[in-house]
Design a protein around this ligand. Structure first.
Ligand code: FES
Length: 705
């Protein structure tokens, strides 16, 4: 019941069942899944309790960054979101402080070490996501040797979580293809080049002053990689938000949620609420609906959602209320999320008293932006190692931009190694800039005046880089400005004597599901409207009466479904046809699937007064404690650290540092006055013995090495 058993886009293969033990109880999992996925599949959300205040602990990032998901596997603390389950594994929750392991005096006094292997490579790429793979492919084409290390157990990075079709340019970055399929293509290209090597479950730990990179393979084998050039394509980590209840199990980063649902095929929630209206939050909401999860609402603090309008509109049309100029006040519950309280904000983003409302939900998704994972790049530069960064590790943007920046970095790296790659064309630089651009202006939608024949209606009224609709029309009737794919598409009724044949290819390929086809040929009073849908075909049946909506989700009327077509050529996009009165047929852009009643607020709002917002999750330090120190005059994060233990926990200050900076800002302290803590060259926690090769078969200094 906690698994996604059918999905409109993703295959749901049956895998071998394996047994494992949780707190002594035998449970079943599927082979190849992480410990956290196996626990979630068995309904386990709480992985232990914090030693400081007994707060329940569970996952937050599912990406190896926050360390909230620690469990004891055969007595050893491991991040359950990164560790694959082994058959028969005994796992225990972390309750309070774990006891130190017993000491076997004979072994401990003469531990066994092995030599640390050193590997020399022309190019080391940290990160096997869109940027890293694209760079590797360019290097592969030129025969340059490169090693890709990635801490996950498959390549593709965040692409493997994306079920939707990509925006951007068909020619440059596979626009119109689903993210998961782009991952497969890039991986097979990488595997086809003999000069490229891949290490999976290989975590880069640090860049050292001798310009070597420490890599931990499968959590056990430690190696030093000495590259001539380093490419950091390690992506981004999610920003956190401080509010009461922010660490309750059930409060996840958006990436964690997508990992559970789309990679692990786990259904971690029945009722989801989202904070953040950027592309990440909007897409995560869409993915939740595709997996059969109700999305109760989304709050965005700004007056408009920051993500693409087509993503926002898709969600609104499916029936998800979007509350702009709203913020989250608290997540409520004792051991896990039971409800969320939100409120409207004024022009200075302060909650407006009297506007509080609570909604019952079991999961709160935080999608408030990303920070580049840039520490490897910064250290490499500091130590004089030739280094490049690409994708989100360089600048946060869409995955299509990461693909293209990776291609450019691949050529730049080859050139840095002395390979003659000529000049990188101006056109490439321009494409890179276009793909990175933020959504442009929104214009009023133009409804075509025609009321005969058949033609597409383009419900696309915001400038974003996207062109798949122009490439699929066999008669070239959809056009975008010659020079800039950010311009809005326009439909020509006729070109070279040919008009629209009603082939519906544009309807099926639009990544924003923003094209419908209106056909007056059979009945001019009740034309047929073809609407794209990325849900299981059985979701709607011929004869069903449905609510149809305009672009932004306003109901237009109730009409009958006349056909539901799922053909292979449409690549899992279902085309639903309805017959609608001509008065509003051209305005129809979507069908509501989620009933309005799902989103009713609770009768009274839930006020949470029992705790403060947590800033440091690992050491459970509150915003109140830190504010007090700032108000007493401190400007030095090292001082805050010494007084409260903030940022001394196992995540290595990755989740709390941006929040501490935010507290300074809120207290009116300029960034220039803040003294940051030093960044030392170890970015992931590992047992110390790893660096000495502990666990080898030969005794160091025994003379037989
Ligand atoms: S949830 Fe596993 S490290 Fe964050």
């Amino acid at each position: 019941m906690f698994r996604v058993t059918r999905h409109p886009i993703l295959p749901t293969p049956t895998r071998t069942e394996i047994p494992f033990f949780w707190g002594g109880r035998e449970l079943r999992a599927q082979s190849g899944e992480t410990i956290s996925a196996a626990l979630f599949a068995n309904g386990v959300r709480i992985f232990g309790h914090h030693p400081k205040d007994g707060a329940a602990q569970g996952i937050f990032c599912a990406n190896g960054q926050c360390s909230q998901c620690l469990v004891l596997a055969e007595g050893v603390p491991v991040k359950s979101c990164m560790e694959l389950l082994r058959p028969g594994l005994h796992i225990e929750p972390v309750e309070g402080l774990p006891a130190l392991p017993g000491v076997n005096a004979a072994e401990e006094l003469s531990p066994l070490f092995k030599d640390i292997e050193e590997v020399r490579v022309p190019v080391l790429i940290i990160g096997g996501g869109p940027a890293g793979l694209s760079a590797a492919i360019e290097l592969g084409k030129l025969g340059v040797e490169a090693l890709i290390v990635d801490d996950k157990h498959r390549l593709g990075g965040k692409l493997v979580l994306q079920t939707h079709r990509f925006f951007g340019s068909i020619e440059a970055v596979y626009a119109g293809t689903r993210g998961i399929d782009i991952a497969t293509r890039l991986e097979s290209d990488v595997r086809s080049f003999p000069s490229l090597r891949v290490w999976l479950q290989a975590a880069a730990l640090a860049v050292y002053s001798d310009r070597k990179v420490g890599v931990l393979l499968e959590g056990r084998r430690y190696l030093l990689v000495a590259p001539e050039v380093l490419l950091v394509a390690a992506g981004a980590r999610e920003k956190n938000l401080a509010f009461p209840g922010n660490t309750l199990p059930g409060v996840y980063g958006a990436g964690a949620f997508q990992t559970l649902v789309n990679r692990d095929l786990i259904k971690p929630t029945g009722r989801l609420f989202i904070v953040g209206g950027g592309n990440v939050g909007l897409i995560a909401g869409y993915h939740a609906l595709q997996a059969g999860i109700s999305v109760i609402g989304l709050v965005e603090v700004m007056p408009e959602c920051g993500g693409y309008k087509v993503h926002r509109d898709k969600l609104a049309r499916l029936g998800v209320p979007i509350y702009t100029s709203h913020t989250v006040l608290s997540a409520n519950g004792t051991e896990r999320v039971e409800s969320v309280t939100v409120a409207r904000v004024d022009e200075r983003f302060r909650p407006v008293a009297g506007t509080e409302r609570s909604y019952a939900c079991d999961t709160l998704l935080i999608a408030v932006g990303l920070d580049p994972v840039s520490e490897f790049y910064e250290k490499a530069r500091e130590f004089g190692l030739k280094a490049f960064a690409a994708g989100d590790a360089e600048e946060i943007a869409e995955a299509s931009a990461a693909i293209f920046s990776g291609k450019i970095r691949g050529l730049e790296i080859a050139r840095a190694l002395g390979v003659d790659v000529g000049e990188i064309s101006q056109e490439w630089w321009r494409t890179a800039e276009v793909l990175k651009s933020k959504p442009g202006k929104t214009v009023p939608e133009i409804v075509p005046s025609a009321e005969s024949g058949v033609f597409p209606v383009l419900h696309c009224n915001q400038e974003i880089p996207c062109d798949p609709c122009t490439a699929v029309c066999p008669n070239e009737l959809i056009q975008i400005g010659e020079t800039d794919i950010r311009m809005l598409p326009a439909f020509l009724a006729n070109k070279n004597g040919k008009g629209c044949s009603g082939c519906e290819r544009c309807v099926a390929i639009c990544p924003g599901l923003a094209i419908t086809m209106v056909d007056y040929r059979k009945d001019p009073e009740f034309p047929t409207v073809a609407i794209p849908l990325e849900f299981l075909k059985e979701t709607l049946q011929v004869g069903d009466r449905v609510t149809v909506e305009d672009t932004e989700g306003q109901a237009l009327g109730r009409v009958e479904v006349s056909s539901v077509k799922a053909i292979k050529a449409n690549d899992r996009t279902v085309i639903v046809k309805v017959r609608a009165p001509k008065e509003y047929a051209k305005k129809i852009a979507g069908i509501r699937l989620q009933p309005e009643s799902e989103s009713d607020p609770l009768e009274r709002y839930v006020e949470r007064t029992d705790d403060d917002s947590i800033v440091c999750r690992c050491e459970r330090v509150t915003a109140g404690e830190i504010r007090k120190i700032i108000r007493a005059g401190s400007r030095d994060i090292n001082e805050i650290k010494a007084l409260t233990r903030t940022s001394m926990g196992s995540c290595g200050a990755k989740t709390c540092t941006p929040l501490i900076h935010r507290l300074f800002r809120e207290e009116g302290v300029p960034e220039s006055e803040i003294v940051d803590q030093p960044k030392r060259p170890l970015f992931l926690e590992v047992p110390l013995g790893v660096f000495a090769g502990l666990g080898g078969e030969k005794k160091k200094g025994s003379g037989d090495e």
